[in-house]
Design a protein around this ligand. Structure first.
Ligand code: FAD
Length: 461
């Protein structure tokens, strides 16, 4: 039997990597983990967490406006970007410390270095040039923003990475993309007082979400003053006298202080030495894995965004836990991707689980669609025009709820709980016999007694 320096070597200290290393170490394995930037990875350092903190920051201006309807007089308010960034950085540093503490507490060796594969069992640490060996390797190197190199002037643009550390807020921003990161940042910047334009080549923002919610969110964002240009693309970005000049295909010349590209994310596999270890990738550079996150090389696993399956933090963590079961507990476990609740932290928010009406229409012969659109109670006194949308998609034959979709305040929080009900296989009858909790917006989910319409063979009837 060959001997190795470590039982497990993990490359990448993000959501999936840290979980794999910490739990394996806590099982008594000899583990090392290498991170080239900061522990916590995308989610903690420049993804979910700082983004949500920015979302909160961007909502205050509406809270101040709403307060008047409830009798409050709010004095003159002002916003200090630098103060927000500093406060956010403080929290991120605290979380990074907790990640390292967890690893150290489990006796994992923490390496602050870029790591590359030399062969299927050997890893080189670039900081020192030292090589180490491991019986098992987990690659959890995540992804990075697609730089859109084909766009002339792409080097003048920023990505979400830089958006977290702008020296100052621009007067205007143009964000390219129609995915959740583009949409969330459009709402963040608009809420902080930046004149915001979103440009997207598709017919409607947020493809793959339920059509109703996509349209509802588009209308709500436009009503707030966010300019959304669909079915258009940037052709070039140049420096002008007052910021950047953007040539578009359909909307002519636009100007913006900053252009942010949010056009998808590429797997972080460049220069990783995958070829030396014989690890196969697809045409996008994502590592190919089987149902258990094992690569084509027996002792090397890959999980999280680098495999380009579902790019979400809880999914990367779940894949890590399945790896632990498979490799160290003699319990081969496949990650379960069915019914993943997701949110878009736009304003208003989207929370969703299960199939969209369009997807469900392709899979089921007949559907009942329960739909409610209403003004939430808070908006009556605040005077805000925003409407909430709630939808349940029900398979008429089995009465199972196969999709639940919400647009409005706290939609993400509701989607997490709806995720449990759908996972448990709840039927519409289960929803009907659940007592309403009054007065809440969520009570609408258990009081939609008659279908709003039906879909048969994909057609609305
Ligand atoms: C702006 C933004 C917002 C997001 N919001 C959400 C959200 O609200 N909810 C949600 O669930 N998900 C969200 N995500 C996605 C989420 O962040 C990722 O799905 C998650 O971080 C993936 O975890 P991972 O372990 O695969 O990779 P990562 O967390 O990206 O970690 C990979 C780590 O590997 C390191 N690394 C790379 N190469 C090497 C190397 N050769 N040697 C050493 N270290 C290396 C990187 O520095 C990085 O720290 C968001 C992402 C972005 C960009």
């Amino acid at each position: 039997m060959p001997t190795f320096d470590y039982d497990l070597f993990v490359i990448g200290g993000g959501s999936g990597g840290v979980r794999s290393a910490r739990v394996a170490a806590s099982l008594g394995k000899k583990v090392a983990i290498a991170e080239e930037y900061r522990y916590g990875g995308t989610c903690v350092i420049r993804g979910c967490v700082p983004k949500k903190l920015f979302v909160y920051a961007s909502q205050f201006h509406e809270h101040f406006e709403d307060a008047a309807g409830f009798g409050w007089t709010v004095g003159e308010s002002s916003f200090d970007w630098k103060k927000l960034v500093a406060a956010k950085d403080g929290e991120i540093a605290r979380l990074e410390g907790l990640y390292k503490k967890g690893l150290a507490g489990a006796n994992a060796e923490i390496l602050e270095a870029r790591a590359e594969l030399v062969d299927a069992h050997t890893i080189k640490l670039l900081k020192t040039g030292e090589t180490v060996t491991a019986k098992t390797i987990v690659i959890a190197t995540g992804g990075r923003p697609n730089p859109h190199e084909a766009l002339p002037g792409h080097e003048l643009c920023i990505s979400s990475n830089e958006a977290f550390h702008l020296e100052e807020l621009p007067k205007s921003i143009l964000i390219a993309g129609g995915g959740y990161i583009a949409v969330e940042f459009a709402n963040i910047f608009h809420g902080l007082g930046v004149e915001t334009t979103l440009i997207y080549r598709g017919a409607e923002i947020l493809s793959r979400f339920d059509e109703d919610l996509r349209r509802g969110l588009h209308e709500a964002m436009a009503a707030k003053g966010i300019r959304i240009l669909c079915q258009d693309v940037m052709q070039q970005v140049t420096k002008g006298e007052n910021g950047l000049v953007i040539e578009t295909l359909k909307n002519g010349t636009l100007n913006a202080g900053i252009v942010m590209l949010a056009l998808g994310r590429d797997p972080n596999t460049q220069g990783l030495g995958l070829d030396k270890a014989g690890v196969a990738v697809n045409e996008r550079g994502a590592i190919l894995v089987d149902d258990y996150s094992r690569t084509n090389v027996e002792n090397i696993y890959a999980l999280g965004d680098v495999t380009d399956r579902v790019q979400l933090t809880p999914v990367a963590i779940h894949e890590a836990m399945c790896f632990i079961e498979t490799e160290y507990k003699n319990n081969p476990t496949k990650p379960d991707y069915d019914l993943i609740p997701t949110a878009v932290f736009s304003q208003p928010e989207i929370g969703t689980v299960g199939l969209s009406e369009e997807e469900a229409g392709k899979r089921y012969k007949e559907l009942e669609v329960y739909r409610a659109q209403f003004r939430p109670l808070k908006a009556t006194l605040s005077g805000r025009a925003e409407k909430m949308i709630m939808k349940l998609i029900v398979d008429a034959a089995s009465r199972k709820v196969v999709g639940a979709h919400i647009l409005g305040h706290d939609a993400g929080e509701m989607a997490q709980l709806l995720g449990i009900t759908l996972k448990a296989g709840c039927t519409k009858d289960d929803f009907d016999r659940t007592m309403a909790l009054h007065p809440t917006a969520a009570e609408e989910l258990v009081t939609m007694y008659a279908p709003s319409y039906r879909i048969r063979d994909g057609q609305r009837i």
